[in-house]
Design a protein around this ligand. Structure first.
Ligand code: MF3
Ligand code: CO
Length: 264
């Protein structure tokens, strides 16, 4: 486990891993079409990570997870297992969650994709989830307590009548996939560690269109909304910088800068 404050050389390595993870999402976009299976998508990502990036897919074998990425469709909240019998169909909303290890350091990212035309509700849910992440990124800087991140996400999501999943949180990341601190996506004043330059963690809110309750399926991984409502998640790996933060898993098509100065 690396220290909660990363050294310059660790930061450089996590920046590389973050960039690779983001590039997998950029690469896979064009393959996400009706009729392709989640297993096919897993294979394309696996081969890209292993043979092109010469990196290691971090999910594969993690506590026994059987595939290289997580694919979570519609009412699946997270940790969906790719499967050859699961076929994308028009209207699906899909989270692809990619974590890679390169030079012994991890990067972790996820985002939503739309299969063909999707409902207004789906689009709105994904938009609010992404905006909640962006709003939280715009507050990250040295000196603020970590619970501010959760408070901003929860307030924004609930204002739009959606709900925040409480069971899963963001995490420190570095030499280990999951490190301290826990990054809650809701307000909890006990989450009072103060951010410092050099910390690296993920923020990865999961947002439901119905209530916040979730349940894990018998496969031991797939998490669904209890009320079968839709769920959306966006995730970034973030470095706290002197005056704000740097999004280590930033992608070219994003509506936010890679480096944020948050001086307000
Ligand atoms: N990427 C997920 C996270 O943010 C990890 C899922 S663990 C897996 O923590 F084994 F399901 F891949
Ligand atoms: Co994560």
């Amino acid at each position: 486990m690396s220290c909660i404050i990363k050294t310059e050389s660790e930061i450089a390595k996590i920046r590389t891993s973050g960039k690779l993870a983001a590039e997998v999402l950029e690469m896979i976009k064009e393959h996400l079409q009706p009729k392709i299976s989640t297993e096919d998508i897993n294979k394309i990502c696996h081969d890209y990570i292993v043979y092109k990036q010469k990196a290691i897919p971090a999910c594969l074998g993690y506590h026994g997870f059987p595939k290289s990425i997580c694919i979570s469709i519609n009412d699946v909240v997270c940790h969906g297992i790719p499967n050859k019998n699961q076929i994308f169909k028009e209207g699906d909303i899909v989270n692809i969650d990619v974590a890679v290890m390169k030079n012994n350091y991890y990067g972790d990212v996820s985002k939503m994709f739309f299969i063909g035309k999707t409902s207004l509700l789906s689009k709105r849910l994904c938009q609010i989830a992404q905006e909640s992440l962006y709003l939280s990124l715009k507050t990250v800087k040295p000196g603020i307590p970590l619970y501010k991140v959760g408070r901003i996400i929860q307030n924004y999501v609930e204002k739009h009548n959606f709900s925040v999943v409480k069971e899963y949180c963001g995490h420190g990341i570095g030499r280990d996939f999951h490190e301290e601190p826990h990054v809650l996506h809701y307000q909890n004043k006990e989450n009072n560690i103060i951010l410092e330059k050099g910390m690296i963690f993920t923020i990865e809110p999961m947002i439901n269109s119905g209530n916040s309750q979730v349940e894990c399926m018998k496969d031991g991984w797939t998490v669904k909304t209890k009320d079968h409502s839709l769920s959306a998640q966006y995730e970034h790996t973030v470095l706290v910088t002197e005056y704000g933060c740097e999004i280590l898993t930033w992608q070219k098509d994003e509506n936010i800068s890679r480096k944020l100065v948050n001086t307000n």
